[in-house]
Write a protein that binds this ligand. Structure first.
Ligand code: ADP
Length: 342
C-alpha cells in the first residue's frame, strides 16, 4: 500500500513541486492573514492532505495511462492485434490513440509489403533456377550423347549439335532478359525522352525483323503514316518493346501475316500489332504480362521464348505512362495496342 502511494506520488512528480510550492504559499498567506498560528497550522495541514490526495490521484491516473500505452506497444510488437480497432486508450488520450492507430496501420502495411516482396523474390529465384536448369540440362544431354559415340553417327551428330546450339541461344536470350528485367525492376532504367519521327523509326525496326518473318513464311506489313508525325518517347527502350511484341506475333503465328498499324489521335499516336496466329485463351490474357507466365511452356521454349518478353514490355510502357491492351481469339489471332504522346 505504502509502496503504491509512493509510486503514484512519484508518477505525479511533474506536479509535485508546484503542489508543494502552492501549499507553502497558502500556509504563509494564512499565517499573515489570520495572525493565528494554530488556525494557520490546522488549515495548512488540511490543505497539505488535500494536495497530497490530489497528487496521488493524478499519479494513479497517469500510471494507468502509461500501463495502457505499454500494453498497446507490447501488443503491436508481438503482433497480437488483428484489427486497428482493437487499439483503445482512455477518452482523454484520443489524439494519442489516433496517432498510434495511424502508425500501426503504416507499419502493418510496410510489413505486409516486405513479406509480399520476400515471397515474390523467393518465387523469382526459384523460377530463374528452373528456367536456367532446363537449357543447361538439355545442352549437357546432347553433348554427353555426342561424346558417348553419337559424334561419329552422321545421321544424328549434326542435328544434335544444332539442338545444343539452339539451347545455348535460348540460354543467352534468358540471361539478357534477366539482366534487363532486374535493371528495370531495381529502378536502374534511365529513360531518355525526346521527339522523333514515327515513320523512319518503325521502317527501320520492321526492316530488321522482316528476315525472321520471311524465314517463317509470314508477311510483315507496315503502312507508313504521314511524314512529320512525331512521338515523345525513349527511342531505345520503345524499340525493345516493339521488337518483343512483333517477335511474339511472329513466334506464335503459323501462317498469315503480322501487321503494325499506326493511328493518329488528337494528342497521341495509337500503335497496334496484329497477327493471325494461335491466339491466347481468355483466362490467360491478364496473365501473359507476369514474369515467366506462358500459355504453353514447351511451345514458348521451342521458339526461343523466355517468358519475360511481355513483362519487359509492360515495364517499358509504364515508364511512358502507357498501358497495353490485348484482344485475342483462339486460332484466329491477337492484337496488342498502346498509346503514346505526340
Ligand atoms: P515468351 O518468351 O514465352 O514469348 P512473353 O512474356 O513474351 O514470353 O509472352 C508470354 C506468353 O504470352 C507467351 O509464352 C505466349 O504464350 C503468349 N503470347 C504472347 N504474345 C502472343 C501472341 N502474339 N500470340 C499468342 N500468344 C502470345
Amino acid at each position: 500500500m505504502l509502496n503504491e502511494i509512493r509510486t503514484y506520488l512519484k508518477s505525479s512528480r511533474a506536479y509535485l513541486i508546484a503542489g508543494f510550492l502552492f501549499t507553502i504559499v497558502v500556509i504563509v498567506t494564512a499565517i499573515i492573514i489570520t495572525k493565528d498560528t494554530t488556525t494557520a497550522i490546522i488549515f495548512s495541514a488540511i490543505l497539505f492532505i488535500i494536495v497530497t490526495l490530489f497528487l496521488f490521484m493524478i499519479g494513479r491516473k497517469r500510471n494507468q495511462e502509461l500501463d495502457q500505452i505499454k500494453t498497446i506497444v507490447n501488443n503491436i510488437r508481438t503482433r497480437v492485434y488483428k484489427s486497428v480497432d482493437e487499439i483503445v486508450l482512455s477518452e482523454d488520450l484520443i489524439t494519442l490513440e489516433t496517432a498510434i492507430k495511424e502508425m500501426y496501420e503504416k507499419s502493418k502495411n510496410d510489413i505486409e509489403y516486405l513479406e509480399r516482396l520476400q515471397i515474390m523474390r523467393s518465387q523469382f529465384i526459384a523460377n530463374v533456377s528452373h528456367e536456367l536448369r532446363t537449357p543447361i540440362f538439355t545442352i549437357q544431354g546432347y553433348i554427353e550423347t555426342l561424346l558417348e559415340g553419337a559424334i561419329n553417327d552422321p545421321k544424328v551428330n549434326y542435328q544434335f549439335l544444332m539442338k545444343a546450339n539452339q539451347h545455348t541461344i535460348n540460354l543467352s536470350n534468358l540471361i539478357n532478359d534477366l539482366i534487363d528485367i532486374s535493371m528495370i525492376e531495381s529502378g536502374e532504367m534511365r529513360m531518355s525522352f525526346r521527339y522523333f519521327g514515327v515513320n523512319d523509326y518503325l521502317t527501320t525496326i520492321i526492316e530488321e525483323i522482316k528476315p525472321l518473318a520471311e524465314e517463317r513464311g509470314l508477311e510483315l506489313v507496315y503502312n507508313p503514316v504521314r511524314d512529320g508525325l512525331e512521338i515523345f518517347a525513349d527511342k531505345n527502350r520503345l524499340k525493345h518493346a516493339f521488337v518483343n511484341i512483333i517477335h511474339n506475333s511472329i513466334k506464335y503465328t503459323e501462317h498469315g501475316k503480322v501487321e503494325v498499324l499506326v493511328e493518329e489521335a488528337h494528342k497521341s499516336v495509337i500503335f497496334t500489332v496484329r497477327d493471325t496466329g494461335i491466339g491466347i485463351p481468355e483466362a490467360s490474357i491478364n496473365r501473359i504480362f507476369e514474369r515467366f507466365y506462358r500459355v504453353d511452356k514447351a511451345r514458348s521454349r521451342s521458339v526461343g521464348g523466355t517468358g519475360l518478353g511481355l513483362a519487359i514490355v509492360k515495364h517499358i510502357l509504364e515508364a511512358h505512362n502507357s498501358e497495353i491492351e490485348v484482344k485475342s481469339v483462339l486460332n484466329k489471332g491477337s492484337e496488342f495496342r498502346f498509346k503514346l504522346s505526340k
